[in-house]
Design a protein around this ligand. Structure first.
Ligand code: PBG
Length: 336
């Protein structure tokens, strides 16, 4: 290639040509987020107060069971395929064993029935784990400082069957106990719920980014210690593939990687290796970081939203659980 002061560059390939205008960029764009990719996680509150802000998650509110129906209507209107429900259980109902998880009239079950009755054609995903129900804030049964695996799994299978009975379309175990997907699959089938899907939180890391969520479900004050004996070490990648493989072998219909942005390599490896429907969770801390920076005028939240969600698609995700779901859906509508 000739290059000198009087001899201009003579380039055959100029990648910038395809970037010269928005219409041209649209033509060569490799990945895009659509409303079909979005799952909207919502927090359910006890009582009549329709909405209450979550202090650590600007723009996110806990809603009453009645108001959850309106949220579902909004999701439907926006074209969002599914909601994921998380309960903020009153402290008085939390105990050592997380017994409220097995109450067929708990917050999650009431919200499931109310939404199913009013908005039947929206997908409802429920979290299986004990942390919103235990007084110690752990996802399982705690004995002498240890989380018991098999004893916890026995409870989780009942929790899953109860949620399916209340109308859950997808059971999403987020507890990271060994063998829970297989046990839940058998329990669902034994109880006639052969069509209820399982979305396994397969590669769920012990992460600093769950802080605002624990605030939202009222478990940040109660959690004793950390979750490192069951959630994954963030230094590990191959282990995530093993976890996802096990879950698929045990009957998971979909797998999930969580958190999202710091784990794009894992999303890519899981999707390209296993080829199964792969989801990613842009968790509360990721959302809060963008919104907090936006409040300080340091970042444009809308652009950060579109960029991060598109990055998940580029990494290979089939869908994204994100607190930006309604905002992204509105953005997509305005784009058309
Ligand atoms: C509970 C659960 C957590 C999240 C989803 N399910 C928190 C935790 O494991 O402590 C985190 C979601 C988020 O941070 O947005 N098993």
């Amino acid at each position: 290639m000739r290059h000198s002061a009087d001899q201009p560059l003579d380039l055959v390939r100029r990648p910038r040509r395809n970037r010269k205008a928005e219409w041209a960029r649209r033509l060569v764009r490799e990945n895009r987020v659509t409303t079909d990719d979005l799952i909207w996680p919502i927090f359910i509150n006890e009582g009549k107060v329709p909405r209450e802000p979550v202090a650590t998650m600007p723009g996110v509110e806990r809603v009453s069971v009645a108001e959850a129906v309106n949220v579902a209507r909004e999701a439907k209107e926006l074209g969002i395929p599914a909601l994921c429900l998380f309960p903020n259980t009153p402290p008085s109902l939390r105990d050592e064993m997380g017994s409220e998880a097995l109450n067929p009239d708990n917050l999650t079950c009431r919200a499931l029935r109310a939404i199913k009755a009013a908005v039947p054609d929206i997908g409802l995903i429920t979290d299986v784990a004990l942390d919103p129900y235990t007084s110690h804030g752990h996802d399982g049964i705690l004995e002498n400082g240890r989380i018991l695996n098999d004893e916890t799994v026995a409870i989780l299978t009942q929790q899953a069957v109860i949620q399916a009975g209340a109308g859950a379309d997808v059971i999403a175990p987020s507890d990271m106990m060994d063998g829970r997907v297989g046990a839940i699959r058998i329990a669902l089938d034994d109880n006639g719920f052969t069509d209820v899907q399982i979305m396994a939180y397969s590669a769920k890391y012990a992460s600093a980014y769950y802080g605002p969520f624990r605030d939202a479900v009222g478990s940040s004050g109660t959690l004793s210690g950390d979750k490192k004996t069951y959630q994954m070490d963030f230094a590990n990648g191959a282990e995530a593939l093993m976890e996802a493989e096990l879950d698929v072998a045990e009957g998971a219909d979909m797998v999930m990687v969580k958190p999202g942005l710091p784990y794009l390599d894992i999303v890519h490896r899981v999707k390209s290796t296993l080829g199964v429907p792969t989801f990613v969770y842009q968790v509360s801390g990721e959302y809060a970081m963008i919104m907090a920076a936006a409040e300080k005028g340091m970042i444009d939240p809308e652009r950060a939203m579109v960029e991060t969600l598109t990055a998940f698609k580029r990494a290979g995700a089939d869908g994204i659980l994100t607190y930006f779901a309604p905002r992204m859906a509105r953005w997509l509508k305005a784009e058309r």
